[in-house]
Design a protein around this ligand. Sequence first.
Ligand code: URP
Ligand code: ZN
Ligand code: ZN
Length: 521
Amino acid sequence: MPDAPRQARGAADERPYDLVVRHARVATAGDIFEADIGIRDGRIAALARGLPPGAREIDAAGRWVLPGGVDAHCHLAQKTGDDSVMADDFLSGTRSAACGGTTTVIPFAAQLKGESLVQAVRDYHALADGRACIDYAFHMIVSDATPRVTEEELPALIEQGYTSFKIYMTYDDLKLDDRQILDVLYVARRHGAMTMIHAESSDCIAWLADRMLAEGLDTPPYHALSRPPVAEREATHRAISLAELLDTPILIVHVSGPDAIEQIRWAQTRGLKIYAETCPQYLFLTAADLEGDLLEGARCICSPPPRDHAAQQAVWNGLANGTFQVFSSDHAPFRFEGPGGKKPQGDHTSFNHVPNGIPGLETRLPLLFSEGVLDGRMDINTFVALTSTQPAKLYGLYPRKGTIAIGADADMVIWDTGITRVIRNAELHHNVDYTPYEGRTVRAWPAITLSRGQVVYADGAFHGHSGHGRFLPCERPAPARPRRAAGRHAPWLAALSRMDPIETGSDGTLPGNDAAAGGSA
Ligand code: URP
Ligand code: ZN
Ligand code: ZN
């Protein structure tokens, strides 16, 4: 095993380390090396063999030590606009994340139609600050792209460190039409933010769903049938086209199968900056999980829906060949039983009234480690890249988060890999009354999770506390920069740039911190 690529200690600080993680077999997105990790003041201060003793020591001999997970797509304490209630707040959600090896979450400050986005962000801070157990940043959800939002609120919020937002092409209470999407992309282009897109075709879905419901076909399997792959493919292609029109990078979230993957791959091959995310439900569930009596299948209702085994294989292929940059949970926690949950009208709830989303914060990393790394579908560096480094880069948190390097926050996971553990909801730390992965066996689980050098999970128990987690303002991510050269091939873009120059630094560079980019996302 090679030594740390840069055997280094922090500059001239003679104080003892607060913690030394000894004999670590470290994997980052680019390297594998063996080192002792010296931690001081919550940051990595040294990576070298034979470090002097720390105030505290953890022996990691024989174990992988990886950067803590960055879950860049999870929903916590998010207002829904109806009677459904998210079961996880910033305490239970971040507790569950830490117990599954995630040390940074990026949930969503959601704007409901008619609301101020600035107020939505302020309200979300009130729910998070002082409550989270691990560090967190915010994406925003833009559902009402008024001139005030696009011209005043978004530019100001981006400047303050809220540098990514999600927009929807489906859901009546959230969706934007194409012109509104262009308005939002234009803000992202000019101010250097990352736009995440939920790509499903609203009209195709509504047309199908209305007919199914009129015929009484209202059980959970019809949720999947009313949201077919072609509806995802059409919206994905349209989102890519809108992004190309404005030469603005986008990230397509929760991609479910080959139809959308082909569109994304096609766009990437044409040189467009189209990024993509997928989630555990598209590797480990299928539409058959929406079947069952007494609305059992409502547990697995999410959008886009899980597909079939061929789609699972296409998603694995996309993870291995670089089509996907991000693997997130899309944790959307609704309880199965009780008020606010999956069955607002009891066992006769029709699929269109079931709140969409499934839990997965705590199981995301163990599932992918087991079936991805240990089963040989991806190497350890790819695992780190997908679950930590690339999300940190794409959302402006790198290199503070997403890697093990001198100066980075001491967020890391010491993994147990020679184990067999059956996933049981009773042993998870979220506030949801089920997991879609009940009974599934994994062969990897965190032994210890460190958040800024503090043990927040060890040997099966949560050791963190509410209020430890800090808010992380995000840089404008370099991967969100438009391609400067695009105007050469697209005269309308050249004209646009003359009319409305992109915000640049004093040296003429585009938004996005090169130091933080650390190469391509
Ligand atoms: O069904 C899902 N994915 N629910 C969560 C909200 C979203 O669209 O990501
Ligand atoms: Zn979505
Ligand atoms: Zn989501």
